[in-house]
Design a protein around this ligand. Structure first.
Ligand code: NAD
Ligand code: UFG
Length: 339
């Protein structure tokens, strides 16, 4: 079976490429390298002992995408490509809508033209309405996201539902990720953010390695056990395995399926910092600062539906996430380098 991964050179895509290659799939990565390095895929090939096809191109180039789907006899697409920095999206809304929403329209047109009708999409827990009622099941109401990035994810969910209603032979999985973190346990591939990280785990790792002086903890007055924000951290390898299970489950089963991919447990910022310090043996200096605008107090998943439908659940712990994030960071203090 041939899988095309848009954005497959990025953080989650590269780990998913590895899992797919190990499971015997043929993998075509289609990525414009706007937020990734070709080196991630070289390492995936080295770790698996298999080769993949890499196409450096943009998903908004519909003709190029259609050619890739046809030339490689692609069976299914996993759609990771997009811009993901929440703060940047409020400064550049048009770029986010153009890339994420426009890019997805282009992908759907190319897939229609090439006769490929199986799609797995990277959505986010950010589509849920803010709620005090945790954990979040897929039936929880969606909200009005507080930033264009989140809105783009919700818009794409609507577009995919409308597409499937109009063309009922499509099989579409919408995967709502909670907080992906960690790295492959070899320490060879991991998260390599451009510039100063926005997300907690890469920030903590860069403080531990000495690239950044200290962590700012955004608020300690939330209504949570220790006052800091609570999130559901999911190991990126568990997440990658979820994609394989979802793609298998929807193959030949037309419909739209929505699954939460989360661990089902909430951890506070200070829990995460302490776990990181414990497994790395490094101190992570931090100071408490004001809340970050748009942040929720708490967010964690009810992952029961994925367990029932896909026979999938997270197998790796918070300590595994921290140990693997630290192995990646300490073996690659400067990330991949951008080549
Ligand atoms: P990433 O930035 O590492 O990967 C995205 C990849 O898409 C990059 O390799 C980038 O070069 C590529 N890309 C971007 N625009 C493109 C375009 N127009 N054409 C071709 N390639 C393009 O991000 P990630 O963390 O691996 O996230 C993957 C997906 O999962 C994204 O859609 C993201 O929104 C979603 N997601 C991520 C998180 C998270 O916390 N990491 C949470 C929820 C959802
Ligand atoms: N945090 C800090 N300091 C930092 C960074 C984060 O205290 O330097 C805190 C945040 O306030 C939050 C927690 O750590 O309480 C996690 O923050 P992240 O930025 O790592 O993750 P978010 O939950 O804010 O956002 C993530 C993804 C988004 C996605 C969202 C919901 O980055 O793409 O989950 O799925 F939309």
């Amino acid at each position: 079976m041939v899988m095309l991964l848009t954005g497959g050179a990025g953080y989650i895509g590269s780990h998913t490429a590895l899992v797919l290659l190990e499971a015997g799939y043929e993998v075509v990565v289609y990525d414009n390298l706007s937020n990734a390095s070709r080196e991630s895929l070289r390492r995936v090939e080295r770790l698996t002992g298999r080769t993949l096809t890499f196409i450096e191109a943009d998903i908004r180039d519909t003709a190029r995408l259609q050619k890739a789907l046809t030339d490689h006899a692609v069976d299914a697409v996993i759609h990771f490509a997009g811009l993901k920095a929440v703060g940047e999206s409020t400064e550049k809304p048009l770029a986010y809508y153009e890339n994420n929403v426009g890019g997805t329209l282009s992908l759907c047109e190319a897939m229609t033209a090439a006769g490929v009708h199986t799609l797995v999409f990277s959505s986010s827990a950010t589509v849920y309405a803010a709620s005090d009622d945790m954990p979040l099941a897929e039936t929880a109401p969606t909200g009005r996201p507080t930033n264009p990035y989140g809105s783009s994810k919700l818009m794409i969910e609507w577009i995919l539902r409308d597409l499937q209603a109009a063309q009922p032979d499509w099989s579409i999985a919408i995967l709502r990720y909670f907080n992906p973190a960690g790295a492959h346990d070899s320490g060879e591939i991991g998260e390599d953010p451009n510039g100063i990280p926005n997300n907690l785990l890469p920030y903590v790792s860069q403080v531990a390695i000495g690239r950044l002086p200290q962590l700012s903890v955004y608020g300690s007055d939330y209504p949570t056990p220790d006052g800091t924000g609570v999130r559901d951290y999911i190991h990126v390898m568990d997440l990658a395995e979820g994609h394989l299970k979802a793609a298998d489950a929807i193959w030949g089963q037309p419909g739209v399926y929505t699954w939460n991919l989360g661990a089902g447990t909430g951890h506070s910022v200070l829990d995460a910092v302490r776990a990181f310090e414990r497994v790395s043996g490094r101190e992570v200096p931090y100071r408490i600062v004001d809340r970050r605008p748009g942040d929720l107090a708490q967010c964690w998943a009810n992952p029961q539906k994925a367990e029932t439908d896909l026979n999938w659940r997270c197998r790796r712990s918070l300590d595994d996430i921290m140990a693997d994030a630290w192995r990646w960071q300490s073996q690659n203090p400067e990330g991949y380098g951008r080549d």
